[in-house]
Design a protein around this ligand. Structure first.
Ligand code: IPE
Ligand code: IPE
Ligand code: MG
Length: 245
């Protein structure tokens, strides 16, 4: 087991759960079987984060670009999401985990929306950890929506141009209730952000692993956290300045 310092945990971990399709291919299965197996990794990762005391976990489950995949895969993913939410709600309640979503939830089909709404509502008062699912999510869309809302609020006199700051902009994003991610993990050996939390990751530490998402387990998470803990986050300052604070 990889050792980590429980006093220096990232507050917010974001994960691009990639490699389900390649995992399926490797095992001579259909792509949807890869996603099904990926759900097990989600369960394991949520449990591990909760046990460690991670405050926020944000999972990229479905991008706005993923709608363009073959219909059978999109349908399979939606069905799995629905099943997953039904099966996890009790565990979320038992572990005091609040479920939230980011992305264009309206684009999801009705049964998924229904169970999402129920789960988000039911867990709204839970406070030990926030689990956020990015669904039909695209960071550029999110920012465009924020700009539209800001302009609207300016038109109606709710805000002035001078009030538009970084903090205000953040508060108009879907992630308004979350701190920026401290650590981003991407599985499957891809080194890109694929339209995920572009504004929010200005100073996030990136960790890439070749492990395919369905194989990702607690020790892979611990390895990512251990690596994060070895980094020096300088936020534009010098190393000397950081060490004095
Ligand atoms: C990630 O796995 C899950 C989603 C994008 C929904 P992929 O399905 O992208 O797997 P690969 O990248 O094809 O292996
Ligand atoms: C990113 O993975 C989206 C999710 C993990 C949900 P993709 O597999 O869609 O990303 P690209 O296409 O390889 O950049
Ligand atoms: Mg992929």
């Amino acid at each position: 087991m990889t050792n980590i310092d429980l006093q220096k945990l990232p507050q917010h971990i974001a994960i691009i759960m990639d490699g389900n399709g390649r995992w399926a291919q490797k095992h001579a299965l259909g792509r949807v079987s890869g996603h099904k197996k990926g759900a097990e990794a989600v369960r394991d990762t949520v449990r591990a984060c909760r046990e460690l005391g991670i405050k926020c976990l944000t999972l990229y489950a479905f991008s706005v670009e993923n709608w363009l995949r073959p219909n059978s895969e999109v349908e399979g993913l939606m069905r799995l999401l629905e099943e997953f939410l039904h099966s996890e709600i009790q565990e979320l309640m038992d572990n005091d985990i609040r479920l939230m979503t980011i992305g264009n939830i309206d684009a999801l089909r009705e049964p998924v929306k229904k169970v999402l709404k129920e789960s988000v509502g039911k867990t709204a008062k839970n406070s030990s950890m926030i689990l956020t699912l990015a669904l039909s999510y695209g960071s550029r869309d999110e920012m465009i929506h924020a700009v539209r809302k800001i302009l609207n609020d300016k038109d109606t006199g709710k805000i002035t141009t001078e009030e538009i700051t970084k903090e205000l902009f953040s508060s108009y994003l879907d992630t308004s209730l979350l701190p920026d991610p401290d650590l981003l993990i991407r599985t499957s050996g891809e080194y890109r952000v694929s339209n995920f939390l572009l504004w929010q990751m200005a100073y996030t530490e990136f960790y890439f692993t070749d492990v395919l998402w369905p194989d990702f387990r607690r020790d892979d998470l611990l390895k990512a956290i251990a690596e994060y803990q070895r980094r020096e986050r300088r936020f534009g300052l010098t190393s000397d300045q950081i060490q004095k604070t």
